[in-house]
Write a protein that binds this ligand. Structure first.
Ligand code: GLN
Length: 255
């Protein structure tokens, strides 16, 4: 039981210069306007929804904070942010959003979930939290995966690493596709993927800060299936724009 969940941590966004010195092959400095003309909702019940709104607006889309069922109307896509999946689950019921949202996901709304958002998109949680009556936390579901929460360890085991990430060919330069710099903050990993789920990125034990947590196994941290995309990490806090751009391309049927 999680009697007292830790609040979602805020990692201050770092400027592009910070990553430019770390990335041998930084993505194009030209801002992408790939999202122009799209309305992208960000579930704004709890967590780092502001950072996602900023990311979609930076890509030229109109960002819409979603707290009420009516705000689901007219969206081209939706982002479920990082935060605390048990809290977002509970608030979604309080706000009457849970059932309409589940219906929209099943009807084909493109959705991207980061961290807690990945947990909420998963059909199954290996180790769900339980409430005071012993009932396990619920997800919105839609993605045929099983996730394990807090899999890499607790808050103090948060880490950053570079990932090879598929489907980012649109960002290739003469030297190929730059790795994605990923920040993990009590993130889940994916323990099972169903048929039709594509693995986009994994953390190798040699690249994790606490390799013992991975038990010698590369762990899946990014997947896509149909119009759903999920990452265990938080591109919205690092200035990494390409995961949002991939989502925008999925919305437009270009990826
Ligand atoms: N561990 C959190 C959860 O279970 C997710 C953490 C995050 O989103 N940074 O919801």
């Amino acid at each position: 039981m999680e009697a007292c969940p830790e609040p979602a941590p805020r990692v201050p966004p770092r400027g592009a210069a910070h990553y430019a010195v770390r990335m041998t092959n930084p993505p194009s400095a030209l801002p992408s306007r790939a999202g122009a003309g799209l309305r992208i909702g960000v579930l704004a019940l709890q967590g780092d929804f502001r950072e996602h709104l900023h990311a979609v607006e930076a890509a030229g889309a109109t960002g819409v904070g979603v707290r009420r069922p009516a705000e689901l109307q007219g969206l081209d896509g939706l982002i479920i942010p990082g935060g605390e999946s048990t809290t977002i689950d509970k608030l979604s019921r309080t706000f009457g959003l849970r059932d309409p949202l589940r219906e929209r996901i099943r009807a084909g709304l493109p959705v991207y979930g980061s961290c807690a958002g990945m947990i909420l998109l998963a059909d199954e949680i290996a180790d769900p939290a339980t409430d005071l009556s012993g009932a396990p936390q619920q997800t919105f579901g839609g993605l045929d995966i099983t996730v394990r929460r807090n899999a890499f360890g607790r808050q103090r085991e948060s880490f950053e690493t570079d990932l090879d990430f598929k489907d980012l060919e649109f960002s290739a330069t003469g030297q190929g596709v730059a790795p994605v710099h990923a920040v993990f903050i009590r993130g889940p990993w994916v323990e099972r993927v169903g048929a039709g789920v594509e693995v986009l990125a994994q953390v190798e034990p040699s690249r994790a800060s606490h390799p013992e947590a991975l038990a010698g196994t590369a762990r899946i941290v990014a997947v896509r299936s149909g119009r759903l995309l999920a990452t265990s990490f938080h591109p919205e806090v690092t200035g990494e724009k390409r995961v949002h751009e991939l989502f925008i391309r999925m919305i437009k049927g270009e990826a």
